[in-house]
Design a protein around this ligand. Structure first.
Ligand SMILES: Nc1nc2c(ncn2[C@@H]2O[C@H](COP(=O)(O)OP(=O)(O)OP(=O)(O)O)[C@@H](O)[C@H]2O)c(=O)[nH]1
Ligand SMILES: [Mg+2]
Ligand SMILES: [Zn+2]
Length: 299
């Protein structure tokens, strides 16, 4: 048997402490990435399609296939959809955080899906409508009662997806509803916030009808620049509902922040674009404005 016959292809479902767990066929193999990846700046991550060799039951990841996209925090490759989860209360939904995530998704080429959880504890005011108006699939659900969770399940079919959002919004609780035979640990929010700890510590992909879905540890801050979204003039393209208004503003150089006769702002006034979405755009634009052009070129 030549060396080539030993080569197998699989997908990394978990990457932790220098080990990758690669699923191939119906098996999961514990593999170590080959030494030279570090030098090449490649860090094999969950979602990566890889080639590996086996020696006994242990494997070595030999090659990482080209990625369709890469989410830096948490590290995940080849995503089709990112479910951005918020809660009605504890912790309360924060539109700026959601919009940072949708912008990052647009920037790296992942479909954002908006999930409002804990509907049994309160409502979300204007927010679900704001995201539907923006053209995003939006679900109002409860992991506690099961309301709306079947709809989400259909969205997982045949895709590589991940659930992200603040600690305590109920990502693991939702996945426990959606996945058969999986029991992820979930945590009391008061305990978590008190200790500042996350219940979920690692990224792991689980098999789901024709695809995979990842649970991720909650995050509380996200920098656009971490995702190479560091040019303020690119930001408008990360708000898809703005695009039909481009070219209709009074000034060609309109930044759609506060200029007179701006067609984006006019659309906000007449309710075609949600006010919260435009507020997030302005807030992110102001943040990106602080980045000097030489810093952009450096990246
Ligand atoms: N009432 C209610 N409680 C929920 C719901 N979903 C989750 N919870 C509770 O919220 C708490 C946090 O849920 P988790 O699933 O651990 O949250 P998480 O997003 O996975 O948190 P991290 O792993 O820390 O990022 C737990 O006590 C859950 O029981 C819901 O729909 N309704
Ligand atoms: Mg969790
Ligand atoms: Zn404008």
């Amino acid at each position: 048997m030549s060396l080539n016959d030993n080569k197998l292809n699989g997908i990394i479902i978990r990457s932790i402490a220098g080990f990758c767990y690669v699923e191939a066929g119906d098996k999961v193999y514990e593999c170590k990435p080959r030494g030279s990846f570090r030098k090449e700046g490649i860090s094999p991550s969950a979602g990566d399609r890889v080639e590996f060799t086996l020696s006994g039951s242990k494997g070595t990841v030999e090659a990482v296939f080209e990625r369709k996209n890469f989410l830096l925090r948490p590290p995940l490759a080849n995503l089709d959809k990112l479910f951005i989860v918020s809660a009605a209360v504890i912790p309360q939904a924060n539109p700026l955080l959601i919009d940072r995530m949708t912008a990052i998704c647009e920037h790296i080429g992942v479909e954002p899906v908006i999930v409002f959880n804990k509907s049994d504890l309160g409502d979300f005011g204007i927010l679900p409508e704001a995201y539907r108006t923006a053209g995003y699939k939006t679900f109002v659900v409860s992991a506690e009662t099961g309301e709306g969770t079947e709809e989400i399940k259909k969205e997982l079919d045949g895709c590589i997806s991940a659930f992200c959002g603040n600690s305590g919004v109920g990502k693991s609780s939702l996945l426990n509803r959606l996945l058969e035979g999986v029991k992820l640990s979930t945590g009391e929010v008061s305990e978590k916030l008190g200790r500042g700890k996350h219940t979920t510590r690692t990224v792991e992909l689980f098999k789901v009808s024709g695809g995979y879905v990842a649970d991720t540890p909650g995050f509380s801050t996200l920098e656009l620049t971490d995702f190479m979204l560091n040019d303020k003039d690119e930001l408008k393209f990360c708000f898809p509902e703005f695009s039909e208004h481009f070219g209709e503003c009074r000034f060609n150089s309109c930044t759609h922040v506060n200029e007179p006769d701006c067609s984006v702002i006019n659309a906000v006034k007449c309710g075609e674009i949600a006010k919260t979405r435009h507020e997030s755009y302005v807030s992110m634009f102001e943040d990106l404005k602080k980045i000097k052009s030489w810093e952009i070129n450096k990246k």
